[in-house]
Design a protein around this ligand. Structure first.
Ligand code: FAD
Length: 298
Protein backbone atom coordinates (compact mmCIF):
# COMPACT_ATOMS: atom_id res chain seq x y z
CA UNK A 1 0.00 0.00 0.00
CA UNK A 2 1.01 3.60 -0.36
CA UNK A 3 1.83 5.20 2.94
CA UNK A 4 -0.51 8.05 3.77
CA UNK A 5 0.95 11.31 4.90
CA UNK A 6 -2.11 12.90 6.36
CA UNK A 7 -0.36 15.53 8.45
CA UNK A 8 1.60 16.70 5.40
CA UNK A 9 -1.61 17.03 3.40
CA UNK A 10 -3.34 18.70 6.33
CA UNK A 11 -5.67 15.78 6.90
CA UNK A 12 -6.45 14.97 10.47
CA UNK A 13 -7.68 11.79 12.05
CA UNK A 14 -9.88 11.55 15.10
CA UNK A 15 -8.47 8.68 17.10
CA UNK A 16 -9.88 7.12 20.25
CA UNK A 17 -8.52 4.32 22.40
CA UNK A 18 -10.40 1.81 24.51
CA UNK A 19 -9.06 0.33 27.76
CA UNK A 20 -10.48 -2.13 30.27
CA UNK A 21 -10.22 -2.15 34.09
CA UNK A 22 -7.33 -4.45 34.98
CA UNK A 23 -7.54 -7.17 37.62
CA UNK A 24 -4.00 -7.26 39.03
CA UNK A 25 -1.45 -4.64 40.14
CA UNK A 26 0.86 -5.71 37.27
CA UNK A 27 -1.91 -5.21 34.73
CA UNK A 28 -2.75 -1.90 36.37
CA UNK A 29 0.84 -0.73 35.89
CA UNK A 30 0.69 -1.76 32.24
CA UNK A 31 -2.57 0.11 31.76
CA UNK A 32 -1.13 3.40 33.06
CA UNK A 33 2.05 2.99 31.04
CA UNK A 34 -0.09 2.54 27.93
CA UNK A 35 -2.38 5.44 28.82
CA UNK A 36 0.64 7.76 29.22
CA UNK A 37 2.23 6.62 25.97
CA UNK A 38 -0.94 7.05 23.96
CA UNK A 39 -1.69 10.40 25.58
CA UNK A 40 1.23 11.79 23.58
CA UNK A 41 -0.79 11.16 20.40
CA UNK A 42 -3.48 13.55 21.59
CA UNK A 43 -6.50 11.25 21.08
CA UNK A 44 -9.97 12.65 20.58
CA UNK A 45 -11.05 10.66 23.65
CA UNK A 46 -10.21 7.47 25.53
CA UNK A 47 -12.84 5.09 26.84
CA UNK A 48 -12.90 2.56 29.68
CA UNK A 49 -15.17 -0.47 29.54
CA UNK A 50 -17.68 -1.54 32.16
CA UNK A 51 -17.31 -5.16 33.26
CA UNK A 52 -19.95 -7.75 32.49
CA UNK A 53 -22.83 -7.49 34.94
CA UNK A 54 -21.53 -4.18 36.28
CA UNK A 55 -18.68 -6.04 37.99
CA UNK A 56 -16.20 -3.19 37.49
CA UNK A 57 -18.46 -0.32 38.54
CA UNK A 58 -15.92 1.08 41.06
CA UNK A 59 -12.82 0.24 39.02
CA UNK A 60 -14.21 1.79 35.84
CA UNK A 61 -15.09 4.91 37.79
CA UNK A 62 -11.66 5.08 39.44
CA UNK A 63 -9.79 4.80 36.13
CA UNK A 64 -12.04 7.25 34.29
CA UNK A 65 -11.83 9.78 37.13
CA UNK A 66 -8.02 9.44 37.27
CA UNK A 67 -7.74 10.01 33.52
CA UNK A 68 -9.89 13.14 33.94
CA UNK A 69 -7.75 14.31 36.88
CA UNK A 70 -4.25 13.44 35.80
CA UNK A 71 -4.15 13.61 32.01
CA UNK A 72 -5.02 16.06 29.27
CA UNK A 73 -7.32 13.49 27.64
CA UNK A 74 -11.09 13.43 27.63
CA UNK A 75 -12.28 10.14 29.14
CA UNK A 76 -15.49 8.35 28.22
CA UNK A 77 -17.03 5.89 30.67
CA UNK A 78 -18.81 2.81 29.33
CA UNK A 79 -22.03 2.06 31.18
CA UNK A 80 -24.53 -0.79 30.77
CA UNK A 81 -28.12 -1.40 31.86
CA UNK A 82 -27.23 -4.79 33.39
CA UNK A 83 -28.51 -5.45 36.91
CA UNK A 84 -28.85 -1.78 37.88
CA UNK A 85 -31.97 0.15 38.73
CA UNK A 86 -32.53 3.59 37.21
CA UNK A 87 -31.69 5.13 40.63
CA UNK A 88 -28.33 3.29 40.70
CA UNK A 89 -27.54 4.36 37.16
CA UNK A 90 -28.43 7.95 38.09
CA UNK A 91 -25.99 7.76 41.03
CA UNK A 92 -23.21 6.53 38.77
CA UNK A 93 -23.92 9.32 36.29
CA UNK A 94 -23.97 12.05 38.95
CA UNK A 95 -20.63 10.67 40.18
CA UNK A 96 -19.12 10.96 36.71
CA UNK A 97 -20.50 14.44 36.19
CA UNK A 98 -19.05 15.56 39.53
CA UNK A 99 -15.67 14.06 38.56
CA UNK A 100 -15.62 16.19 35.43
CA UNK A 101 -16.45 13.36 33.02
CA UNK A 102 -18.60 14.50 30.11
CA UNK A 103 -18.83 11.48 27.81
CA UNK A 104 -20.65 8.15 28.30
CA UNK A 105 -20.60 5.10 26.03
CA UNK A 106 -24.10 3.75 26.65
CA UNK A 107 -24.75 0.04 26.19
CA UNK A 108 -27.35 -2.53 27.09
CA UNK A 109 -24.73 -5.09 28.12
CA UNK A 110 -24.88 -8.86 28.23
CA UNK A 111 -26.91 -10.84 30.77
CA UNK A 112 -24.93 -12.05 33.81
CA UNK A 113 -26.02 -15.56 32.78
CA UNK A 114 -23.77 -15.26 29.72
CA UNK A 115 -23.67 -14.03 26.15
CA UNK A 116 -26.51 -15.51 24.12
CA UNK A 117 -28.91 -15.99 27.05
CA UNK A 118 -31.97 -13.79 27.25
CA UNK A 119 -31.46 -10.31 28.62
CA UNK A 120 -33.76 -9.70 31.57
CA UNK A 121 -33.69 -6.13 32.80
CA UNK A 122 -33.75 -5.12 36.44
CA UNK A 123 -37.50 -4.50 37.12
CA UNK A 124 -36.59 -0.92 38.05
CA UNK A 125 -33.95 -0.59 35.36
CA UNK A 126 -33.56 0.12 31.67
CA UNK A 127 -34.57 -2.61 29.25
CA UNK A 128 -32.84 -1.21 26.17
CA UNK A 129 -29.77 0.80 25.35
CA UNK A 130 -31.98 3.48 23.77
CA UNK A 131 -33.81 3.87 27.12
CA UNK A 132 -30.45 4.27 28.88
CA UNK A 133 -29.45 6.95 26.36
CA UNK A 134 -32.69 8.80 27.05
CA UNK A 135 -32.13 8.47 30.81
CA UNK A 136 -28.59 9.89 30.52
CA UNK A 137 -29.86 12.79 28.40
CA UNK A 138 -32.50 13.58 31.01
CA UNK A 139 -29.89 13.87 33.77
CA UNK A 140 -26.91 15.81 32.41
CA UNK A 141 -25.58 17.17 29.18
CA UNK A 142 -23.21 14.25 28.51
CA UNK A 143 -21.87 13.46 25.07
CA UNK A 144 -23.28 9.99 24.36
CA UNK A 145 -21.72 7.34 22.15
CA UNK A 146 -23.32 3.97 21.46
CA UNK A 147 -22.35 0.66 19.85
CA UNK A 148 -23.39 -0.64 16.48
CA UNK A 149 -22.97 -3.95 14.69
CA UNK A 150 -22.05 -3.95 10.97
CA UNK A 151 -22.64 -7.73 10.80
CA UNK A 152 -25.69 -7.65 13.05
CA UNK A 153 -25.83 -8.18 16.81
CA UNK A 154 -26.13 -11.93 17.60
CA UNK A 155 -29.69 -11.36 18.91
CA UNK A 156 -30.81 -9.45 15.82
CA UNK A 157 -32.73 -11.16 13.04
CA UNK A 158 -31.09 -8.86 10.49
CA UNK A 159 -28.74 -5.92 10.09
CA UNK A 160 -31.88 -3.86 9.42
CA UNK A 161 -32.94 -4.53 13.03
CA UNK A 162 -29.60 -3.16 14.21
CA UNK A 163 -30.11 -0.08 12.08
CA UNK A 164 -33.54 0.33 13.72
CA UNK A 165 -31.83 0.05 17.12
CA UNK A 166 -29.19 2.57 16.08
CA UNK A 167 -31.89 4.97 14.90
CA UNK A 168 -33.70 4.56 18.25
CA UNK A 169 -30.47 5.39 20.10
CA UNK A 170 -29.91 8.46 17.93
CA UNK A 171 -33.50 9.59 18.48
CA UNK A 172 -32.82 9.24 22.22
CA UNK A 173 -29.74 11.47 22.01
CA UNK A 174 -26.67 9.50 20.90
CA UNK A 175 -24.28 11.44 18.68
CA UNK A 176 -21.65 8.84 17.77
CA UNK A 177 -21.68 5.10 17.06
CA UNK A 178 -18.65 2.87 17.51
CA UNK A 179 -18.72 -0.41 15.63
CA UNK A 180 -18.10 -3.89 16.84
CA UNK A 181 -14.76 -4.97 15.37
CA UNK A 182 -14.69 -6.43 11.85
CA UNK A 183 -11.88 -7.58 9.56
CA UNK A 184 -13.45 -7.25 6.13
CA UNK A 185 -13.72 -3.55 5.29
CA UNK A 186 -16.46 -4.20 2.72
CA UNK A 187 -18.76 -5.22 5.57
CA UNK A 188 -18.25 -1.80 7.14
CA UNK A 189 -18.75 0.07 3.86
CA UNK A 190 -21.99 -1.81 3.11
CA UNK A 191 -23.27 -1.04 6.60
CA UNK A 192 -22.29 2.61 6.26
CA UNK A 193 -24.11 2.84 2.91
CA UNK A 194 -27.27 1.36 4.45
CA UNK A 195 -27.09 3.72 7.42
CA UNK A 196 -26.54 6.79 5.22
CA UNK A 197 -29.37 5.68 2.89
CA UNK A 198 -31.67 5.79 5.93
CA UNK A 199 -30.60 9.31 6.72
CA UNK A 200 -28.34 8.36 9.65
CA UNK A 201 -25.67 11.04 9.62
CA UNK A 202 -23.82 10.64 12.94
CA UNK A 203 -20.23 9.38 12.79
CA UNK A 204 -20.06 5.57 12.64
CA UNK A 205 -16.53 5.04 13.87
CA UNK A 206 -14.87 1.74 12.94
CA UNK A 207 -13.72 -0.26 15.96
CA UNK A 208 -10.31 -1.73 15.17
CA UNK A 209 -9.12 -4.85 16.97
CA UNK A 210 -5.46 -5.73 16.49
CA UNK A 211 -5.24 -9.53 16.82
CA UNK A 212 -2.78 -10.24 19.63
CA UNK A 213 -4.11 -13.70 20.30
CA UNK A 214 -5.88 -15.25 17.33
CA UNK A 215 -7.70 -17.99 19.26
CA UNK A 216 -9.02 -15.53 21.82
CA UNK A 217 -10.24 -13.10 19.16
CA UNK A 218 -11.81 -15.90 17.10
CA UNK A 219 -13.66 -17.21 20.18
CA UNK A 220 -14.83 -13.76 21.13
CA UNK A 221 -15.88 -12.97 17.57
CA UNK A 222 -18.44 -15.79 17.41
CA UNK A 223 -20.10 -14.47 20.58
CA UNK A 224 -19.87 -10.85 19.51
CA UNK A 225 -21.45 -10.92 16.08
CA UNK A 226 -18.22 -10.54 14.12
CA UNK A 227 -16.90 -12.89 11.46
CA UNK A 228 -13.26 -13.83 11.03
CA UNK A 229 -12.47 -14.35 7.34
CA UNK A 230 -10.56 -17.50 6.50
CA UNK A 231 -7.58 -15.51 5.22
CA UNK A 232 -7.15 -13.94 8.65
CA UNK A 233 -6.98 -17.38 10.28
CA UNK A 234 -4.49 -18.54 7.64
CA UNK A 235 -2.18 -15.64 8.47
CA UNK A 236 -1.86 -16.85 12.05
CA UNK A 237 -1.46 -20.54 11.23
CA UNK A 238 1.57 -22.15 12.88
CA UNK A 239 2.38 -19.08 14.99
CA UNK A 240 0.97 -20.25 18.33
CA UNK A 241 4.46 -20.55 19.82
CA UNK A 242 6.02 -17.64 17.97
CA UNK A 243 4.86 -14.45 19.68
CA UNK A 244 7.28 -12.16 17.84
CA UNK A 245 6.12 -13.15 14.37
CA UNK A 246 2.53 -13.16 15.59
CA UNK A 247 2.86 -9.56 16.77
CA UNK A 248 4.32 -8.49 13.42
CA UNK A 249 1.54 -10.28 11.52
CA UNK A 250 -1.08 -8.75 13.81
CA UNK A 251 0.29 -5.24 13.33
CA UNK A 252 0.54 -5.67 9.55
CA UNK A 253 -3.02 -6.99 9.34
CA UNK A 254 -4.39 -4.08 11.39
CA UNK A 255 -2.34 -1.53 9.44
CA UNK A 256 -3.62 -2.87 6.11
CA UNK A 257 -7.17 -2.63 7.39
CA UNK A 258 -6.79 0.90 8.75
CA UNK A 259 -4.99 2.13 5.63
CA UNK A 260 -7.73 0.62 3.46
CA UNK A 261 -10.36 2.47 5.43
CA UNK A 262 -8.36 5.72 5.43
CA UNK A 263 -7.84 5.57 1.67
CA UNK A 264 -11.61 5.28 1.29
CA UNK A 265 -12.04 8.47 3.31
CA UNK A 266 -12.55 7.18 6.84
CA UNK A 267 -11.05 9.72 9.21
CA UNK A 268 -12.06 8.39 12.63
CA UNK A 269 -10.82 5.22 14.30
CA UNK A 270 -11.54 3.61 17.66
CA UNK A 271 -8.83 1.16 18.75
CA UNK A 272 -9.43 -1.76 21.09
CA UNK A 273 -6.03 -1.52 22.78
CA UNK A 274 -6.15 -4.49 25.15
CA UNK A 275 -4.42 -2.03 27.50
CA UNK A 276 -1.26 -2.09 25.40
CA UNK A 277 0.15 0.84 23.52
CA UNK A 278 2.84 -0.60 21.25
CA UNK A 279 0.78 -1.88 18.32
CA UNK A 280 -1.76 0.92 18.17
CA UNK A 281 1.01 3.48 18.56
CA UNK A 282 2.71 2.03 15.48
CA UNK A 283 -0.55 1.93 13.51
CA UNK A 284 -1.26 5.56 14.37
CA UNK A 285 2.31 6.50 13.43
CA UNK A 286 1.72 5.01 9.97
CA UNK A 287 -1.46 7.06 9.71
CA UNK A 288 0.71 10.11 10.24
CA UNK A 289 -0.44 10.71 13.79
CA UNK A 290 2.57 12.00 15.73
CA UNK A 291 3.24 13.06 19.31
CA UNK A 292 2.41 16.69 19.92
CA UNK A 293 5.95 17.59 21.02
CA UNK A 294 7.47 16.12 17.86
CA UNK A 295 5.04 18.20 15.79
CA UNK A 296 5.89 21.35 17.73
CA UNK A 297 9.63 20.69 17.17
CA UNK A 298 9.17 20.14 13.41
P1 FAD B 1 -27.95 -2.83 21.52
O1 FAD B 1 -27.79 -1.83 20.45
O2 FAD B 1 -28.72 -2.44 22.70
O3 FAD B 1 -28.58 -4.10 20.82
C1 FAD B 1 -28.88 -5.32 21.52
C2 FAD B 1 -30.07 -5.99 20.83
O4 FAD B 1 -31.26 -5.28 21.11
C3 FAD B 1 -29.93 -6.00 19.31
O5 FAD B 1 -30.46 -7.21 18.84
C4 FAD B 1 -30.77 -4.79 18.89
O6 FAD B 1 -31.25 -4.93 17.58
C5 FAD B 1 -31.87 -4.79 19.93
N1 FAD B 1 -32.35 -3.42 20.23
C6 FAD B 1 -31.77 -2.52 21.03
N2 FAD B 1 -32.48 -1.38 21.12
C7 FAD B 1 -33.54 -1.56 20.34
C8 FAD B 1 -34.63 -0.74 20.03
N3 FAD B 1 -34.83 0.44 20.59
N4 FAD B 1 -35.52 -1.22 19.15
C9 FAD B 1 -35.37 -2.42 18.61
N5 FAD B 1 -34.35 -3.28 18.90
C10 FAD B 1 -33.45 -2.84 19.77
N6 FAD B 1 -20.34 -4.79 27.13
C11 FAD B 1 -20.10 -4.57 28.45
O7 FAD B 1 -20.59 -5.32 29.31
N7 FAD B 1 -19.32 -3.52 28.84
C12 FAD B 1 -18.77 -2.65 27.96
O8 FAD B 1 -18.05 -1.72 28.36
C13 FAD B 1 -19.02 -2.86 26.56
N8 FAD B 1 -18.51 -2.00 25.63
C14 FAD B 1 -18.82 -2.19 24.30
C15 FAD B 1 -18.36 -1.27 23.37
C16 FAD B 1 -18.63 -1.42 22.00
C17 FAD B 1 -18.12 -0.40 21.01
C18 FAD B 1 -19.38 -2.56 21.57
C19 FAD B 1 -19.65 -2.78 20.10
C20 FAD B 1 -19.87 -3.47 22.50
C21 FAD B 1 -19.61 -3.31 23.88
N9 FAD B 1 -20.10 -4.19 24.84
C22 FAD B 1 -19.83 -3.97 26.18
C23 FAD B 1 -20.88 -5.38 24.46
C24 FAD B 1 -22.42 -5.15 24.52
O9 FAD B 1 -22.81 -4.83 25.83
C25 FAD B 1 -23.13 -6.42 24.06
O10 FAD B 1 -22.85 -6.70 22.73
C26 FAD B 1 -24.64 -6.49 24.32
O11 FAD B 1 -25.11 -7.78 23.96
C27 FAD B 1 -25.47 -5.50 23.51
O12 FAD B 1 -25.49 -4.25 24.03
P2 FAD B 1 -25.44 -3.00 23.00
O13 FAD B 1 -25.80 -1.77 23.71
O14 FAD B 1 -24.13 -3.05 22.31
O15 FAD B 1 -26.53 -3.41 21.92
Amino acid sequence: FNALHPTASGKRFNISYEFFPPKTPEMEAQLWESVKRLEALNPHFVSVTYGAGGSTRERTHAIVARIARETQMKPAAHLTCVSSSVAEIDDILHGYWDAGVRHIVALRGDPPTGVGTKFTPNPDGYARSSDLVRGIRRLHDFEISVSTYPEGHPESASVEQDLDALQAKIDAGATRAITQFFFDNDIYFRFLDKARARGITIPIVPGIMPIRNFRQVANFATKAGASVPRWVGERFEGLDNDPETRALVAATTAVEQVMGLARAGVDQFHFYTNNRADMVFAICHLLGVRPLREKADA
